[in-house]
Design a protein around this ligand. Structure first.
Ligand code: ATP
Ligand code: MG
Length: 778
């Protein structure tokens, strides 16, 4: 392709073209939301390749999410054909870090098949350390230590370089515990998320030859969402770029939302000093949102001090105002959003029918998600939850993955601890302590320690028999993993497991093997035996997990993916509404965006409001800006007067950010008749009233109805609901129509004592306990 006529340049504006075509030397693109930064960055990669300036594997491109990386590859692929196959260094910092570390692990004392710990493992490990150091767990919680260590890793401080000023941290033991933790990780052949960067930086700093090699290889560097890089990431980029200065960073200081995780917006401001002579490109035209949405976002962010300040404009002239609506409680809010989505699908609200794929609900805190999940399950609205490893954090999923991990790597002690007595094998605390002691004394992993315990007859009875079976199973699965996976890295020390049982000859796919592990270990049976709706949900999740394996060549690849994902969308083709956190939505866009829970204490968060300075609050405000600017056509902000937070009803005040919305760009909508007039003055307004001034808007919240709602919320929890519905005096019969909280309506197929088989209209056939359903009316 001749670059001058290349498709990737089509339609770019002049400023974007400058950023795309200035291939040599540093470039900084600093611009507001939706101005085409990411698009220009993608075009730049295409240009580098098409013009012959760089081969695909010579480009290091950092995106913020795996999803963004996939999208970028897809777009480049569309422009240039198959070249993207060879873009190994396009991904998130973490993905790039893993790739690098697998090659050079030995330089930081790890083996190339190291495990990546998740938060849960990390906390368990830290807890052990805290106990071993005789610290009071209550006063010195593992979570706090995790935060401290993460913070240090984000600043690229190894234990030996943590500055003296930090010496008093964690009862003066912080640094010492950090060092002990790192030792422990090395013994386990594991690293945590922070290590994925810290180790890379360490290796590059300590091995000039390797650094030089990568500087030669990775000749062009591109970074999206640069405003959210932390010090370790910044150091990594600077190390690699200092040789050639071919680095292009794009960002927006108003969208810096990861300060709490060590991101330094200062990196963006420092760019011109680090890379003198940088071409600085500013983009001002927004191509994403309607004027009202843009004005609302600009209005909110204007309240922040010390911004670089940017103008944003759009050629667009049409469009609806930002919708604002208040509700009685969080459930009403979820119900309203469900109805609104269905209305939009049918083509209401003055718009043509909309696809659920283009709709997103962006929440401030992940606990907000459940209300939507429940509601959407009830009405049968397909949705996906993205942003944060929600699914993979579930207990049953983590258990199942521990089986996979131990089969791959027999030295994975954390996995062993998790599942040795799960399901119950009669291996209680005492038995486990014996195993740990023997393992420690012999300096071997727990699995081998367990084998020694059996050999020496230190354990008797049922526990011993079960343990033997467990070990033999593991040995068999370990072999099967190796046989089933072409090209997988699996630990080869045969002596770890002694067994003389028949070896599996048949080569299983990793999917069959995974199913086999869960069945033969008794894990699936454990949940099946419980026959509760909750256990059923868990079994469903396990099925989902097996389904997820289909997308991978082997188990290790899958586990790696899980450790890294920030988005877990499944590959099926159903159109779905997206539910995700505001943090995870950065860089994305949706035609319709719902922003629920705009209440003081939730958004902005209580923590940010309690801070003495404005820093936390300003970061929350940037988050609001990110949220509003995700919307292309419709942005709907809502709040509730009452909310149940961690089991406690609280009455809520509308978010202070609502007061910052410029009234002329906002339409206040009132909830439909459901509310029995409780909304007072607001309810008396015509359905699509427009508020023209601040005073009128304030009036809504001062209306007697509103205050009454507040007062009621304070005194008594609204519509208190029993934890489980009481047992009904009803006996169900075959063919009867019933209703279930989660699965909706269905028809009874069979009755067996207090258990029913029900064919649900939307959720399919389920077995449930009778007291969880009520007769469906009509
Ligand atoms: P954010 O700050 O939210 O990450 P961004 O600056 O990266 O936003 P993009 O996502 O690249 O913005 O672009 C926003 C939208 O505008 C996309 O749909 C993109 O395709 C479109 N767009 C970008 N540049 C142009 C252009 N020159 N002409 C038409 N549409 C454009
Ligand atoms: Mg972007």
């Amino acid at each position: 392709v001749a670059p001058q006529t290349a498709r990737y340049l089509d339609g770019l504006n002049e400023a974007q073209r400058t950023a795309v075509e200035a291939l040599d030397g540093p470039v900084l693109m600093l611009a507001g939301a939706g101005t085409g930064k990411t698009r220009a960055l993608t075009a730049r990669i295409a240009h580098l390749i098409a013009s012959g300036k760089a081969r695909p594997n010579e480009i290091l491109a950092v995106t913020f999410t795996n999803k963004a990386a996939r999208e970028m590859k897809y777009r480049i692929g569309q422009q240039l054909g198959d070249v993207v196959e060879g873009m190994p260094w396009l991904g998130t910092f973490h993905a790039i870090g893993v790739r690098f570390l697998r090659r050079h692990a030995e330089l930081v004392g790890l083996k190339s098949n190291f495990t990546i710990l998740d938060t849960d493992d990390q906390l368990r490990l830290l807890k052990q350390l805290i106990r071993a150091n005789n610290l009071d767990e209550k006063r010195w919680p593992p979570r706090a230590l995790a935060g401290l260590i993460d913070g240090w890793k984000n600043r690229a401080w190894r234990p030996e370089v943590v500055p003296g000023s930090e010496a008093s941290a964690f009862d003066n033991r912080g640094t010492e515990l950090y060092a002990a933790y790192q030792d422990r990780l090395r013994t386990l052949n594991a690293c945590d998320f922070g290590d994925l960067l810290l180790h890379v930086v360490t290796i590059l700093q300590q091995n000039p030859d390797i650094l030089a090699q990568y500087q030669r290889w990775l000749r062009f560097i591109l970074v999206d969402e640069y405003q959210d890089t932390n010090v370790a990431q910044y150091l990594l980029l600077r190390l690699l770029a200092q040789a050639h200065s071919n680095i292009c960073c794009v960002g927006d200081d108003d969208q810096s939302i990861y300060g709490w995780r060590g991101a330094e917006v200062g990196n963006i401001l420092r760019f011109e000093r680090d890379f003198p002579g940088a071409t600085v490109v500013r983009l001002e035209q927004n191509y994403r949102s309607t004027p009202h949405i843009l004005a609302a976002a600009s209005g909110v962010i204007a309240a922040n001090e010390g911004r670089l300040g940017k103008t944003l404009w759009t050629e667009e002239t049409e469009g609806q105002k930002v919708v604002l609506i208040g509700h009685w409680d969080g459930e009403d809010e979820a119900r309203w959003i469900g109805e609104e989505i269905e209305a939009l699908e049918r083509g209401g609200r003055g718009l043509p029918p909309q696809s659920p794929d283009g709709m997103a609900i962006l929440v401030r805190a992940s606990h907000q998600m459940r209300a939507f999940e429940d509601r959407f399950l009830t009405i049968g609205l397909p949705y996906r939850v993205v942003g944060g490893p929600r699914f993979y954090e579930r207990l049953e999923i983590r258990d199942a993955m521990a089986y996979f991990r131990l089969a791959i790597s027999p030295t994975d002690d954390l996995a062993f601890e998790r599942i040795v007595n799960m399901p119950k094998r009669g291996l209680g605390d005492k038995a486990q302590q014996t195993i740990q002691r023997v393992a420690r004394e012999n300096d071997v992993p727990l699995l081998l320690g367990a084998a020694l315990v059996l050999r020496d007859g230190l354990l008797g009875g049922r526990g011993a028999a079960n343990l033997r079976e467990f070990i033999e199973n593991m040995a068999r699965w370990h072999d099967a993993v190796r046989n089933s996976i072409p090209g997988a890295v699996v630990e080869g020390d045969d002596d770890v497991i002694e067994h003389d049982g028949p070896t599996q000859r048949k080569r299983l796919s990793h999917i069959e093997l995974a199913e086999q592990m869960l069945d033969e270990s008794g894990y699936t049976a454990m949940w099946q035996a419980q026959k509760t709706p909750e256990a059923e949900g868990r079994l469903e999740n396990l099925k989902e997990l097996i389904k997820a394996l289909e997308g991978f060549d082997n188990l290790q690849g899958f586990l790696e993916h899980v450790a890294l994902i920030m988005d877990n969308e499944t590959e099926d083709r159903t159109e779905k509404v997206t539910i995700m956190t505001l943090h995870a939505a950065k860089g994305l866009e949706f035609p319709m965006v719902f922003l629920p829970g705009w209440e003081d204490g939730l958004f902005p968060s209580q923590r940010s409001m309690d801070e003495s300075g404005p820093k936390g609050l300003e970061e929350e405000r940037r988050l609001a800006y990110v949220g509003i600017t995700r919307a292309e056509k419709l942005c709907m902000i809502s709040f509730a007067a009452n909310r149940r937070v961690f089991g406690q009803w609280q009455s809520q005040l509308p978010s202070r950010f609502i007061d910052e919305l410029p009234p002329e760009h906002v339409e206040i909508r009132t909830p439909p008749g459901l509310y029995g007039g409780a909304f007072g003055a607001a309810a008396r307004q015509p359905e699509h009233s427009t508020m023209d001034d601040r005073a009128a808007k304030a009036d809504v919240y001062n209306a007697p109805g509103w205050r009454r709602m507040q007062a009621r919320g304070q005194k008594a929890p609204p519509q208190p609901k029993a934890k489980h519905p009481p047992a009904p005096d009803v006996h169900f019969t075959d063919g009867e129509r019933v209703f279930h909280q989660k699965f909706g309506t269905g028809t009874v197929l069979a009755v067996d004592g207090d258990k029913l088989a029900v064919a649900f209209d939307r959720a399919g056939e389920k077995h449930i306990v009778a007291r969880f359903v009520t007769p469906a009316d009509g």
